[in-house]
Design a protein around this ligand. Sequence first.
Ligand code: SF4
Length: 390
Amino acid sequence: MRSFIATNALRTQGGFGLGLLSLSRRCSSTFQQAIAASLPRTTWTRDEISDIYNQPLMELASAAGSVHRRFHKPSAVQLCTLMNIKTGGCTEDCSYCAQSSRYSTGLEATKLSTVNSVLEAAKIAKENGSNRFCMGAAWRDMKGRKRGIKNIVEMIKGVRAMGMEACVTLGMLDKDQARQLKEAGLTAYNHNLDTSREHYSNIITTRSYDERLQTLENVREAGIHVCSGGILGLGEVPQTDHAGLIHTLATLPEHPESFPVNKLVPIKGTPMFGQEPVKLEDIVRCIATARLVMPATIIRLAAGRVTMPESEQMLCFMAGANAIFTGEKMLTTDCNGWDEDKVMFDRWGLEPLQTDASRITVEPSTTHHDHIVPEEYHDKKSGEQLQSYG
Ligand code: SF4
């Protein structure tokens, strides 16, 4: 890699002058630092993340793969199942969403599912190998939903009692609501930023980027793990908007424990229907960059995986993705089923990531790791694990 960069630098001396030479040196140094990291860092500049994102793709994916092997068990991929516990009728205007009441998508709104029906679905997910059960409700926020929260608390307790991680996505959350969910034993709260700050207002107008960040702060303060990522293919400019999304999340006071990468599933009736599909190379770049700048985070291949051939999914795993959603449905869209995923795992030598492994407790091994992850990092993460799972 070094020789490739050096060659490029020499070319720029002759052909493009010293400006590009120094840019190349700066890219090289940022990229090298990211590759050599032994701890997550939250001081990235937007330029540094752009530099990484725009590295030659083979170099980028390969470097991300090597960082992935240092921070995670490389063959382990977490199986998560997402259930829609309250469908449709949402007042927000997210322009990709079938559940917004503003668009005619043919989706019928439902009431909140019963606790029993949710726990029955969680049991089936566990029997099929999922160890994280996520529950999504199509709400703007939790204001005035006292009965809803009470039922969701019971769902969380029930899922946790089965020994699974529990994640919910319920819209915006205030500090008190976050505290109640934490007390119920919630593992993680999902609230995606969707895209970069710059592109955001082209996608959603009914709540601001800062309101989303406030929810993430409330979740973090309550001691719940943060799950936040994006949707690729919303008409964004990948080079700038993917880097912008990653930059916002990678410079939070702590990195999200979970970064879902969704590929837009265009829904007829929504403004996003007919969008040009995001290119595979942009998905891989996004995953690889996230892996390099948030090395300890679990990266989830989420909605839209069903449209990706197995070979494309493998590229994503090799570039650092290490979780998938599996089961019968993913909110309103189709999902690869457990049986199909079991066959894929067997074919590629993958194994389900166990909860213990998902919290970065993997020791550096002589086979997979060429750098030592410092002890204090393991100590810090095991402390978190005790708080969250103990
Ligand atoms: S993405 Fe969530 S908040 Fe936005 S319209 Fe859909 S259900 Fe509502």
